[in-house]
Each structure stands twice: as structure tokens, then as C-alpha cells.
Design a protein. Structure first.
Ligand code: 6CS
Length: 334
């Protein structure tokens, strides 16, 4: 009896120790504030993981661990278990991710756009292989809203961007794209943008409506111009060594949290663009907000073919295959 008690006692201690060891803290960094789109996604992901397991997810918003490039390095090194990095910054690591900067590739219709992200074979099957080569388990990609330009002067045609030093995220295809739009593209990490606009080093930049409002871009620019050329895409991944080392149950936990946060963030964005532009108008009534007509958009749209060519030159067969698959995925939802 006493031997049995001893065995049970040992087993209980063993079970307790195993349980405690399983209650891990997972670190997750992203490129925005807690109340911006990436932050809202991360909060939902954390909530799901913590509601369905003993794990804790520690969130690191923009700035707490450095710039986008820094958090990516930390995720690849396994210091972070999860990272949100937008393809705008992933171009050097995975050139094919620049496909999201071919202008007018993504649909402007929200329902079509959301369905594309849900069902795309390029996103859900092809990109995971490319991210895996860089030690990353791609969990999801999602849109963050229509990208608009902010400048000092009105923009109604590519000629109006002539001589405008325009900040872009750090990838070569965005440089091509803004060159084709007539501007002088200047790649910069996000942390330098407000100051560079304030001091006149640059005169323009682009971002989705919610970000123009939350980061107060309207304080350092006077005109917002929307030409429907893109929707900001971002990607969430896990360190691959960490993910592969998990049991099936925990991988399912992460996949379920990813899916729940994905649907949540699409819902969260309904009406967000209009609301954000309204808030900007309220904060700065003299801010000009111009939504260009189809006719005015035409010369911008005509640049798409040359940017697409540049993309294929940069990425070869693999980029071409991604682009073709994306087009076929887009056709399926249009
Ligand atoms: O323009 C940028 O660099 C930033 N824009 C958004 C919407 N999210 C993060 C990124 O760093």
C-alpha cells in the first residue's frame, strides 16, 4: 500500500511537472500599436490561445523590440515564437512576396478581396513553402485596408508626383512602382517617416486609412489621394523550428486561433476606411481628401504592366508561377 502511495505520489509530481512545463510563454511581435489592425489581430490570437490552453502569449507592439526588420530577425532566431511582418518589408528575404505591390492586382471590392485571402492557393499553398525556406511557418496573410497617398500638394496625375520624394517600404518593387507613378521613391523603415515628412526630407508616403489617422500623418501632410491601386497586405508567421517541435494538439490550437483571428480582423475592418477618413477630416478640416475618378486613375493603372514585368525579372520562374496562380485565384472570386 505504501509502495503504491509512493508510486502514485511520484506519478502525481511527474504529471504536475509535465503540466507546468507545458504552460509556456510565447512571444509575438508586430509592426503596429496594440489598437491598430495588426494589434487587434494579435490580441484576438492571444485571447484564443489563452482561452484554449495553459499557454500565455506576450505581445510586443511596434517599437518595443525595434523596427520590422529587427522583429523578423528575432523570429528567425527563435527569440520570438510569432511575428507579423508585412510583405512590404519581406521583399529582401522572399522576393516573391513583392507580388503584393503590382498596382491594381488586388480587387477593390471588399467581399471579393476577403474571399481571395480566404481561398487563394497562392497564399495558402505556395507562399508557405517559400516562407518555410526562411525558417518561417506562414500562418496567414490578411488585408489591412485600401492604401492612399498623403502628400503636400494635390495629386491628380503622375505628373503631379514629379520631383516628389515619396517614402515607400523597403522593397525594390515598390520603388519600381512609384517610379512608374512619376515620383522619386525613397525606401525608409516606418520609424523614420513622421520625422522625414516634418523636416521635408520626403514629401509623401502611402498607407491605409486607419494608419493615416492613428499615426497622425495628416499633421505632416496636407492632401490624401486615393487611386484604388492597392490594399495593404500583412503576414503572420511562427518560427518554424518552434512550430515543427510542437505536438499535433498545439499546432491545431495555433491554427484554430489563426483562423478565429483572421475572421475577426476582416469583420473589424468593415467601414474602417471611411470612419478613419472622417476622423481625419474632423481633426484637420482643411485636409484635402481626393478620391480620384476612373478617368484620373487611368494613367496610374497603365503602369501595372511594366511593374509586373519588373516583378518577373526580379523573381524568375518562381515569381511568375506565384503571379499566375494569384491571377487565377482572383478570377475565381471575381
Ligand atoms: O508603412 C509602414 O511601414 C507601416 N504601415 C502599416 C499599415 N503597418 C506597419 C508598417 O510598418
Amino acid at each position: 500500500m505504501s509502495r503504491l502511495r509512493a508510486i502514485l505520489g511520484t506519478t502525481a509530481v511527474g504529471l504536475f511537472a509535465a503540466g507546468a512545463a507545458n504552460a509556456d510563454t510565447w512571444r509575438y511581435a508586430f509592426e503596429e500599436a496594440l489598437t491598430e489592425v495588426q494589434g487587434m489581430y494579435a490580441q484576438k490570437f492571444k485571447e484564443e490561445i489563452e482561452a484554449n490552453s495553459d499557454h500565455e502569449v506576450q505581445l510586443f507592439p511596434f517599437g518595443t523590440l525595434g523596427e520590422s526588420a529587427d522583429i523578423m530577425e528575432q523570429a528567425q532566431a527563435g527569440i520570438l515564437q510569432f511575428v507579423d511582418q508585412s510583405p512590404g518589408f519581406t521583399g529582401a528575404l522572399i522576393p516573391e512576396a513583392q507580388v503584393f505591390f503590382v498596382p491594381y492586382l488586388l480587387p477593390q471590392d471588399e467581399e471579393q478581396l476577403f474571399e481571395f485571402f480566404r481561398s487563394s492557393k497562392a497564399i495558402n499553398e505556395m507562399f508557405p513553402e517559400l516562407y518555410a525556406e526562411q525558417g518561417l511557418e506562414l500562418l496567414t496573410m490578411f488585408p489591412e485596408g485600401e492604401v492612399c497617398m498623403t502628400t503636400q500638394e494635390p495629386v491628380h496625375s503622375p505628373e503631379d508626383l514629379n520631383e516628389v520624394k515619396f517614402r515607400v517600404m523597403t522593397n525594390p518593387l515598390l520603388v519600381e512602382s512609384y517610379q512608374a507613378f512619376g515620383a522619386t521613391p525613397t525606401p525608409l523603415p516606418w520609424g523614420e517617416v513622421y520625422g522625414a515628412l516634418q523636416t521635408g526630407i520626403i514629401q509623401g508616403q502611402e498607407n491605409p486609412g486607419f494608419f493615416l489617422e492613428s499615426t497622425k500623418m495628416y499633421e505632416v501632410t496636407d492632401v490624401i489621394t486615393c487611386i484604388g491601386h492597392n490594399n495593404f497586405t500583412t503576414a503572420v508567421m511562427a518560427n518554424k523550428g518552434f512550430y515543427d517541435g510542437l505536438g499535433e494538439e498545439e499546432q491545431t490550437l495555433i491554427q484554430n486561433a489563426t483562423d478565429a483571428a483572421f475572421e475577426y480582423i476582416l469583420e473589424y475592418q468593415q467601414g474602417l476606411q471611411e470612419e478613419s477618413l472622417d476622423k481625419i477630416k474632423e481633426a484637420k478640416p482643411e485636409m484635402q481628401i481626393n478620391i480620384l475618378s476612373e478617368e484620373e486613375r487611368q494613367p496610374f493603372m497603365e503602369t501595372a504592366a511594366s511593374v509586373e514585368e519588373a516583378f518577373i525579372e526580379m523573381t524568375g520562374d518562381s515569381g511568375q508561377a506565384i503571379l499566375e496562380q494569384m491571377k487565377s485565384d482572383l478570377e475565381a472570386v471575381q
